[in-house]
Design a protein around this ligand. Structure first.
Ligand SMILES: *Cc1c(COP(=O)(O)O)cnc(C)c1O
Length: 457
């Protein structure tokens, strides 16, 4: 067997439907709430910021949702993404475990995010929308939406967390190459941005602030909608193509994972690889251990509270029940910018709460060490976000070695790190530190969580 399980010419190997875990959950997920009334919202409440097809997916309980042919045609440019057996890493670790990874860095933007940006741009174009607004942290979602906008002739305006805007000029250049406009957030262009700038003129921004700016603009115009890169149900749905494909490829490799791993920022690539396996677990057909990995500096799942909270700092978005550090919490700066969000996807939070998933947190320097080990064995330089999944996979492989167990590990390598080489340079220079989060700031943010009476619904 080759180390690479890929069907470059066999497009029939790309799944024809996304998988919606809502259809199979033993307990239905808690409803989203209106930010003003704190009562469950209906689909109409989402209409100012999302087009009808997206809203339908957001509230759907259908198990399978067909991938539109034009979206599948674009997926064919890089899908099926490779499933790789990391034999050289296994040898380097001297482990009896088998390590497989699903590599999403082969997309044009370099991560899993185009799996959703292409679908979102398609539905908006079909609905006659002319422009999409969005936020971006490290720049990966912004460049993925910029790419999708270029394919479907949509204008794209990206509010980029200011600190990343300054530190990652190449991500911005990529967005501009695809034709998008990129604005540092907080900006003077929105009321949300101006409110922050009045309080703290030197604010370096956060994802929560950038979301407020993008949502505010989308709500003001009929021809403009908002696109979110993670967290929401429809985004997680689009990412399940990762796990569905991995299942077909694992079957071809005549292997089944005992352990499934993904890193989790907002939760979309994790859900993408894990939800199809959770379906099999809930049905009693497979029983993998499923691990979601987060940064110790932004420990939403391991240190946050499972509670209703706003998705943004300006409190314009609906409230969702999720593992959260509080919408006013601003995590310390570290290199996995894509993992610096205060909340976790409601569906991921729900399966965590049901005990179906094991959360885990790692510090950034141990993740970089794992990333370098993977690069030297397999040649792929992971994004700092993905390095969290690599670290967990290596730890599991070493546990297998200690216990003498030949388990099979599958992890999602969500993107390459070619735009993050400064972080690697800093790591090699010994300049990277494990910045602890501020416990007092966390306590304060948690004390400011909205008071919601859940007995009412
Ligand atoms: C954005 C990003 C993440 C984190 O987002 P999720 O929604 O949690 O998947 C992880 N890895 C890469 C490469 C990313 O670009």
């Amino acid at each position: 067997m080759s180390d690479k399980v890929k069907y470059l010419l066999d497009e029939s190997r790309i799944p024809k439907a996304w998988y919606n875990i809502v259809a199979d959950l033993p307990v239905p997920p808690p409803p989203p709430l209106h930010p003003g009334t704190l009562k469950p919202i209906g689909p109409d409440d989402l209409a100012p910021i999302f087009c009808p097809a997206i809203i339908e997916q957001e509230v759907s309980a259908e198990r399978w949702i067909e991938i539109p042919e034009p979206v599948r045609d674009i997926y064919k440019l890089w899908r099926p993404s490779p499933l790789i057996r990391a034999r050289r890493l296994e040898q380097a670790l001297d482990t009896p475990a088998k390590i497989f990874f699903k590599y999403e860095g082969v997309s044009p933007a370099g991560s899993h995010k185009p799996n959703s940006s292409v679908a979102q741009a398609y539905y908006n174009q079909q609905a006659g929308i002319k422009k999409l607004t969005t936020e971006t942290g490290a720049g990966q979602w912004g460049s993925s939406l910029a790419y999708a906008g270029a394919l479907f002739g949509l204008d794209v305006e990206v509010y980029m967390v200011k600190v990343s805007y300054q530190q990652k000029p190449y991500r911005r250049a990529l967005m501009e190459t695809y034709g998008a406009r990129c604005i540092p957030s907080p900006s003077p262009l929105t009321a949300s941005g101006r409110a922050i700038l009045e309080q703290s003129p030197d604010s370096t921004g956060s994802l929560g602030i950038a979301i407020s700016e993008a949502v505010e603009l989308a709500a003001q115009r009929d021809d403009t909608k908002y696109a979110l890169g993670s967290v929401l149900n429809h985004v997680l749905l689009h990412q399940t193509i990762i796990g569905e494909e991995a299942m077909l490829q694992m079957a071809d490799a005549e292997a089944q994972p005992d352990i499934v791993i993904g890193c989790a920022g907002g939760g979309s690539n994790f859900a993408g690889i894990a939800f199809p396996y959770l379906r099999e677990k809930l049905a009693g057909r497979l029983n993998p251990k499923v691990i979601a990995v987060e940064p110790a500096s932004c420990p939403t799942m391991t240190r946050g509270r499972y509670a209703y909270d706003f998705g943004d700092t300006g409190h314009l978005t609906p409230l969702v029940k999720m593992h959260t550090l509080g919408s006013t919490f601003i995590p310390p700066g570290f290199h996995a910018g894509g993992l610096r969000y205060h909340g976790m996807a409601p569906l991921v939070s729900h399966v965590l709460n049901l005990g179906l998933v094991e959360p885990r947190a790692y510090a950034q320097t141990e993740c970089f060490a794992a990333a370098v080990q993977l690069a030297r064995a397999e040649g792929i330089v992971p994004a700092p976000e993905s390095s969290h999944a690599v670290k967990a996979a290596i730890d599991e492989a070493l546990r297998c070695k200690a216990e003498g167990k030949a388990e099979t590990i599958l992890f999602c390598l969500s993107g390459h790190g070619h735009f993050d080489m400064q972080a690697y340079t800093d790591y090699f220079a010994g300049k990277l530190q494990d910045v602890p989060f501020d416990q007092q700031a966390l306590d304060k943010a948690l004390s400011e969580l909205p008071q919601v009476d859940e007995s009412a619904f």
